[in-house]
Design a protein around this ligand. Structure first.
Ligand SMILES: [Zn+2]
Length: 170
């Protein structure tokens, strides 16, 4: 009896992480936003399911889908429109890197596809920087949640951004 119980417990232990991992894979409509403030530098890293932007997550099958990928890249490259740091902090965009799957023929192997974007700002008055608002929800109607994490002078925190609450404050 005892060895069997141990084996069962072991199998249960093995099963739980596998399930948790499956659930952790990306959820359509949900992205992540990592915001880091280091003196005058503001770094925003975005991960977005491709489906949230285009409604599909595979290679484009026609001109309209190709255009949807290009439009997604265009929107995501416009950092100054997508993110509004506290105005008094006088932040300006210094770099933008956006990777949209399938746009240059590269795609995902596991059936899911994520957009990765990295934004860097320099802020002339970092002491005034108290938050950042995003217009991502207005551009991508399929997106309903951004799980945001921040780190900076005020410590660390997490927040859930939504179309009704598109600002991260600290
Ligand atoms: Zn997916």
């Amino acid at each position: 009896m005892k060895p069997f119980a141990v084996l069962t417990a072991l199998l249960l232990c093995l099963a739980v992480p596998a399930t948790a991992f499956a659930a952790k894979g990306h959820v359509h409509g949900t992205g992540t936003l990592d915001v880091a403030v280091d003196q005058g530098r503001l770094a925003i890293d975005l991960e977005l399911p491709l489906d949230a932007a285009t409604g599909f997550e595979r290679a484009p099958r026609n001109a309209a889908e190709k255009a949807a990928l290009e439009e997604t890249a265009r929107v995501l490259n416009d950092a100054a429109t997508l993110f509004t740091p506290t105005a008094a902090a006088n932040c300006r965009v210094t770099s933008v890197e956006v990777t949209v799957p399938f746009l240059e023929g590269k795609g995902a192997a596991d059936g899911h596809a994520d957009i990765d974007a990295r934004y860097r700002f320099e802020c002339a008055t970092p002491g005034a920087l108290k938050g950042v608002e995003t217009s991502l929800f207005r551009h991508f109607k399929r997106l309903y949640r951004l799980q945001a994490q921040r780190s900076g002078p005020g410590g660390q925190g997490a927040a859930r951004l939504t179309p009704k609450q598109p600002a991260l404050s600290w």
